[in-house]
Design a protein around this ligand. Structure first.
Ligand code: HEM
Length: 425
C-alpha cells in the first residue's frame, strides 16, 4: 500500500542515542509531562523521535489511546525494550501475540477473576496483618516505599505459590511447577490453591495441557515482577496523599471504622467488606490518576499505519503515555487538584482517558487482585495508625514514581480497641 501521507514532524536525534537521554532525564527529575508538552508545542500532537535506538512516533490523547489499545493485533504488536524479553523470555504475555496471547491470558484470568479471588481475601488479610506486626508495630518512624515493596512481594508470592518464600526467579518457578504437578497427581493439592497449581491443572477437551511449562514459568515470573512494584507504588502514594489531605483522610477513616465496627476482634475482612469501601476506592483511583505507576509503553507497527493524517512506517514503535490524558483539563478539570469525587460516577469518565491499568485486550488482568491488596492494606494501616510526613515531599520516576527519600513518616498508634490484646484494653 502506498501512502500520500507524511511521516510525523520531529527529529530522530543523534543516531542510536536519539532523545532517550533527554526523556529518561525528564522522567527521573519528574518533568516528563513538561518534556512531552514542549514537544507538542514544537511539533504538534503527533511527532517522531528516537527512543532506545528505535524510530518512534509519540501520540497522545483519548483517540490515540483508543487507537493503541484497540487496534488489531495484526497491525500493532506489543513492543518491550529488548532487555525485557531477555530477562523474561519470549513466551510471556507482553511478548506473545494473538492467538497465543488470548490462550495464555485466559488461563491467567481464570485464576485472577473475582469469583476465584474471593477466597483469597482471607489470605491477603493475614499477610497484611503479619506485615504490620513486624514493620509498623512499636515503630516511631517508617520509610514507606521499601516496606510496601516487602509487603506486596510477600502478597504476590502467596498468590502465586501459596507460600511467602522469595524465589530465584525462573529456576525456582520451574522446580515449583514440577512440585505442584506431582502434588496434583497425588491429589495432595487443590487446583485453586495458587496460580501455579491452577495453570498446571488446566487441560483442554483432548486432555492436553493448556499451557506448556515454559509459558507457565515465564508468566508467573511476569506476574511476580509486574505485580509487586506497581501495587507498592500505589499504596505509598495513597499514604502520602492521606497525610497531605486531612479532610480526605478523615472521610476514608470514617468509612474504614464503620467496617471495623462490624467485625469481631481478629475477624478477617471479606470480599463483601471490600465492596463497601466505595469512598476509599475513589481515593485510590484519584491517586492512580495523578501518579500512575506505569507512565506508558511501546507498541510496534507491523505494517504501514495511518494515524491522524500521518504515516507511521512499518517497524517503527509507538509511544503511549498515561499522564497526558490523566492531566488533561478538558477531561479532568483542574487536573493538579486531588479530587476523588471525579470517580463518583464512573460512567461520566470518558472512555480511554483513565488508563492506569491500560485498556483493551492487554489491560492489566490483575485489577481485582490489586484492589484487594490495596484496600485491605489501607484498612489496617489507617484504623490502627496515624502518620505525618517527616521527609521530602518530592518524587522522581525511575521509571515508576518514587518519593525522593522513600517516604519517611512518623507514626502513632490510633486508639482502637479492636486491635488491642485483651490484656492491653
Ligand atoms: C495497582 C497495581 C497495578 C497496576 C497499576 C498495573 C498496571 C498495568 C498496566 C498499565 C499494564 C499494561 C502494560 C503494557 O501494556 O505495557 C499491565 C499489564 C499486566 N499486569 Fe498489571 N498492574 C498492577 C498490578 C498487577 C498485579 C498485582 C499483577 C499480577 C498478579 C499484574 C499482572 C500484569 C500482567 C500479567 C500484565 C500483562 C497483560 C497482557 O499483556 O495481557 N499487574 N498492568
Amino acid at each position: 500500500r502506498r501512502y500520500s501521507k507524511r511521516i510525523p514532524p520531529g527529529s530522530l536525534g543523534i543516531p542510536l542515542i536519539g532523545q532517550s537521554l533527554g526523556f529518561l532525564r525528564a522522567l527521573h527529575t519528574n518533568t516528563a509531562e513538561k518534556w512531552l508538552e514542549d514537544r507538542i508545542k514544537k511539533y504538534g500532537p503527533v511527532s517522531k523521535l528516537s527512543i532506545l535506538g528505535k524510530p518512534t512516533v509519540f501520540i497522545h490523547g483519548q483517540a490515540a489511546n483508543k487507537f493503541v489499545f484497540h487496534n488489531n493485533s495484526s497491525i500493532l504488536a506489543n513492543q518491550q525494550p529488548e532487555s525485557f524479553a531477555k530477562i523474561l523470555g519470549d513466551r510471556n504475555l507482553l511478548e506473545v501475540s494473538a492467538p497465543d496471547h488470548k490462550r495464555i491470558r485466559e488461563a491467567l484470568v481464570s485464576f485472577l477473576k473475582p469469583e476465584s479471588l474471593k477466597q483469597y481475601v482471607g489470605k491477603a488479610d493475614e499477610e497484611i496483618r503479619k506485615h504490620i506486626e513486624i514493620y509498623w508495630k512499636g515503630k516511631q518512624t517508617v520509610t514507606v516505599l521499601p516496606v510496601m515493596k516487602i509487603l506486596t512481594f510477600d502478597i504476590i508470592c502467596s498468590l502465586l505459590f501459596a507460600s511467602g518464600k522469595a524465589l530465584r526467579a525462573q529456576k525456582l518457578v520451574k522446580e515449583l511447577v514440577h512440585e505442584k504437578r506431582a502434588l496434583l497427581e497425588k491429589k495432595g493439592a487443590s487446583p485453586r490453591q495458587d496460580l501455579i497449581t491452577s495453570l498446571v491443572s488446566m487441560h483442554d477437551e483432548d486432555g492436553k495441557p493448556v499451557l506448556i511449562d515454559k509459558e507457565i514459568v515465564q508468566n508467573v515470573v511476569l506476574s511476580l515482577l509486574g505485580g509487586y512494584e506497581t501495587s507498592a507504588t500505589v499504596i505509598t502514594f495513597i499514604i502520602r496523599q492521606l497525610a497531605n489531605e486531612p479532610t480526605v483522610c478523615a472521610a476514608v477513616l470514617q468509612e474504614q471504622q464503620e467496617i471495623a465496627k462490624s467485625k469481631a476482634s481478629g475477624e478477617s475482612l471479606t470480599w463483601e467488606d471490600l465492596a463497601k469501601m466505595k469512598y476509599t476506592w475513589r481515593v485510590v483511583m484519584e491517586t492512580m490518576r495523578m501518579f500512575p505507576p506505569i507512565f506508558g509503553g511501546f507498541r510496534k507497527a507491523l505494517t504501514d499505519i495511518e494515524f491522524d493524517g500521518y504515516l507511521i512506517p512499518k517497524g517503527w514503535q509507538i509511544l503511549w503515555v498515561a499522564p497526558m490524558t490523566h492531566m488533561d483539563n478538558r477531561i479532568f478539570p483542574e487536573p493538579s487538584k486531588f479530587n476523588q469525587s471525579r470517580f463518583e460516577n464512573q460512567a461520566s469518565i470518558p472512555p480511554y482517558s483513565f488508563i492506569a491499568f491500560r485498556g483493551g485486550s492487554r489491560m492489566c488482568p490483575a485489577y481485582d487482585f490489586g484492589r484487594i491488596e490495596i484496600l485491605i492494606t489501607i484498612h489496617y494501616l489507617l484504623t490502627q495508625y496515624k502518620w505525618k510526613l517527616c521527609g521530602d515531599n518530592s518524587f522522581i520516576r525511575d521509571p515508576m514514581p518514587e518519593p525522593s527519600q522513600g517516604l519517611p513518616i512518623k507514626v502513632w498508634p490510633r486508639d482502637s480497641h479492636r486491635f488491642l490484646l485483651p490484656s492491653e484494653k
